[in-house]
Design a binder for this molecule. Structure first.
Ligand SMILES: Cc1ncc(COP(=O)(O)O)c(C=O)c1O
Length: 374
């Protein structure tokens, strides 16, 4: 078994620590343990400081599951806690990996979507989210890819890296299609509920959808490593529980209490991400208008990333490489199998974003001038 190199994490690991302006990260503003504890009442703070460092339960602590179930409007027993949405993806692809089976995933997309099924010998079929279609999904294309061997169709909304979203009617139509055929519909919603235009609802309302989500992106407390799955199907839940018990046994008790505080105080935590993302996206829109001779983009409808491109249609990696020398970090599009784009995260740098754009502006000018003389 071979796992393909994780280009994105290799790139981030090389440059992220110590770069002046990190526009590669897809998260939002950062939080310290102290910031999160300040949101809690005295009793919860006391519980946090005195909790025992033991294993938690494989399904997750009841009080965290309860907080998530309440937020998502689902019964507690449908919530399975995992170590980030990453572990949910491992469990799902692992369980889908039957001989001759295929899975359907987006391209471009978060690399884990393709790396896991490929390594497990699953046939991996891609539906395109095209620039010409504003990075939106084409339902007919997805349906055409499916056959009797399709185990799972994965959608990601808001989408990493483009920020495109899937309308409520679209996911409902896809849900009907998959439910009729006994195909598992997986909705990766780690950037929900950060929106910049029409808001969409969580697929947790749909009776046959599997939802995966986390506290890394919209909540922006990735260090707690909390993710969850919402699964209405009891048999599948049993399988996730078993997978979970084998893969990692449980989350940390420390992360679970901090997670519970953040979920219960979601108005504050998500509100902060939304405020910064909205403010910075406005700055980015003005920036893109000003540099429309060199850069193309489609404004994201949700999440904290955009996926611009160089109008010269050069490959983006040398551009991203040169940007690091000016103290700016983007994520090269080849990390998402789209080498003529780069991913720009606009919420992680918080109030520093305006300064980052000033630096980016002078870099774009010098890059374009170099291209003209080359
Ligand atoms: C679309 C998507 N799904 C899942 C993940 C996994 O994140 P985590 O394991 O931190 O929850 C990521 C991380 O970048 C992502 O972008």
């Amino acid at each position: 078994m071979q796992l393909k190199p994780f280009l994105l994490d290799a790139w981030l690991d090389q440059y992220e620590h110590g770069i002046e302006f990190n526009l590669a990260a897809s998260t939002g503003p950062t939080w310290t343990v102290n910031d999160v504890l300040r949101l809690a009442d005295d009793e919860t703070r006391h519980r946090f400081l005195n909790h025992k460092l033991v294993y938690s339960r494989p399904a997750g602590a009841d009080s965290l599951r309860e907080a998530i179930a309440e937020m998502q409007g689902v019964p507690l027993e449908t919530v399975q806690i995992v170590t980030g949405a990453s572990e949910a993806l491992v469990a799902l692809m692992w369980l889908a990996a039957e001989p001759g089976a295929n899975v359907i995933i987006p391209l471009p997309g978060f690399t884990t979507f393709s790396a896991l099924p490929q390594s497990l010998g699953l046939e991996t079929r891609y539906y395109r989210v095209r620039r010409e279609n504003n990075f939106r999904i084409d339902l007919d294309e997805i349906k055409r890819l499916a056959d009797s061997r399709t185990k799972l169709i994965l959608v990601n909304s808001p989408h990493n890296p483009t920020g495109a979203t899937i309308a409520d009617e679209e996911i409902e139509a896809l849900h009907d299609f998959t439910a009729e055929r006994g195909i598992q519909l997986v909705s990766d919603e780690v950037y929900h509920p950060i929106y910049h235009g029409r808001k969409t609802r969580s697929a947790a309302r749909l009776p046959h959808a599997t939802v995966i989500a986390d506290l890394s992106k919209a909540f922006s407390i990735a260090g707690v490593r909390t993710g969850w799955m919402i699964e209405p199907d009891e048999q599948r839940r049993q399988q996730y529980w078993t997978a979970r018990a084998y893969f990692s046994i449980s989350n940390t008790t420390t992360g679970e209490i901090l997670s519970e505080i953040a979920v219960r105080k979601r108005d504050v935590v998500l509100g902060r991400t939304q405020e910064i993302a909205s403010r910075n996206l406005k700055l980015l829109a003005s920036f893109m208008a000003e540099h429309g001779d060199a850069l193309g983009w489609i404004p994201p409808n949700g999440g904290m990333t955009a996926f611009p491109w160089l109008l010269s249609e050069e490959k983006d990696r040398p551009f991203c490489q040169a940007a690091t020398e000016r103290g700016i970090l983007f994520a090269p599009g080849d990390c998402f199998d789209a080498p003529s784009h780069f991913r720009l995260g606009f919420a992680a740098s918080g109030d520093n974003f305006s300064k980052a754009l000033d630096r980016f502006g002078s870099f774009v000018k010098s890059w374009s001038a170099k291209m003209v003389t080359a």
